[in-house]
Design a protein around this ligand. Sequence first.
Ligand code: UD1
Length: 434
Amino acid sequence: MTTFHIHGGIPLQGEVRIQGSKNAALPILAATLLTGDTSDIRNCPQIADVQHMVSLLQSLGCRVRRSGDGYLVDSARAGACNMSGDAITGMRSSLCLLGAMLGRFGEVAMEHPGGCVIGKRPIDLHLKALEKMGVSFSEEGGKLVGKAGRLRGADIRLSIASVGATENILLAAVQAEGYTTITGAAKEPEVEALCRYLTACGAHIEGVGSSILGIRGGEPLHGTKFSVPADRIVAGTYLFACVGCGGSVLLENAPCGQLEAVIQTAERMGARCQIDRREGCGCDDGCSPDRGYESGLYVQAPERPQALSRLRTAVYPGFPTDLQSMALAVLTRADGKSCIEETIFENRFRVVDALQSMGADIQRYTQNIVLVRGVPALRGARVEARELRGGAALVLAGLMAEGESEITGCVYIERGYENIGKDLRDLGARIVSV
Ligand code: UD1
């Protein structure tokens, strides 16, 4: 299992290119199953979760070949089968194969998907919505089994704007008979990316990017070429690394339009952020309209981060829960007292103990609120990553701390970051993995 050794206290300087989005790539790869054709999915991050998804597609009979920075997925010969094993239980996003398999085969059998230990993560909304579309679920031999004679469109209201449930409903609805409406849909950019992929395959989806989606099911789908957008959470991680460590960096390719709340938060911490605009339109075809395009984000860190009287996570376009631990790490050395409220996942503060062992002054006020009194410096320590984003926050804390840190359990971090060690070394950090 990889361990990071970090010599902290060095300001970051330089440029880093942001990888493709994990949370967009996974449902899009699952969606290739629906087409029965070949899709060319570009800009897929090279991470364990993507490799797991590829293995699952292969186990269903898809032919998957690495091609450039992505995958060619041919789902023509895919067939329904039982899905089990580590690839399912270890990865929350294997759950989107539920909608994709029901859409393609009208049946599914899978072990209960796992994922990070950041909360209860129930799947009741997924199941209730799919039941409304004609699926009957049962448990057989510890497996979740779903059967739909024929999927039918339905009027679905989500009581929580769940990203995964919205994606599963979309995947089933494009193949259902009739019209589906999702009211209270998640508006996260990854849902929008899935809608754009499905639309490029021939699906008819209205209201893309809004909280009400309308899907006319049964349109014939075909394969397509699609590029996965850049990862807003990875971009935000490196942004906060810079704010915490000092220095100035260029986050090449950062999806600035999706980072408004994050940029605003970094600015409230005292950072100066500027969107890098280039001429042309940013496509590969050589056309060059006048407006220019956003090609990255410059970040100039403050001498010392400023405290935030209140930071609250929220669904998109609010401050993302996936970046809360990184903001917490930065605020441990801010000038003043901060208050952070987590509203999405109840166990996101599991990282607090490790930060405290590095000298952070954090008080648990309630289950979902912490108070942080900034200290001038953290001190290096040996700490363990126990989940993906909390683990990345510990890497940031190690970079900010005085002296040496050792982060174990990095297998969790590698689930979401293609090469966080190299990216940070490119920014001048002293971090090696052994
Ligand atoms: C996705 C992201 C994750 C991100 C989260 C919120 C992927 C692979 N993961 O996770 O990185 O942190 O969105 O932006 O894309 N809920 C229920 N019942 C359900 C489903 C969800 O109560 O059936 C609750 C959850 O417990 C949670 C909230 O809804 O409190 C939001 O969860 P959801 O949006 O579904 O997150 P994921 O899709 O699992």
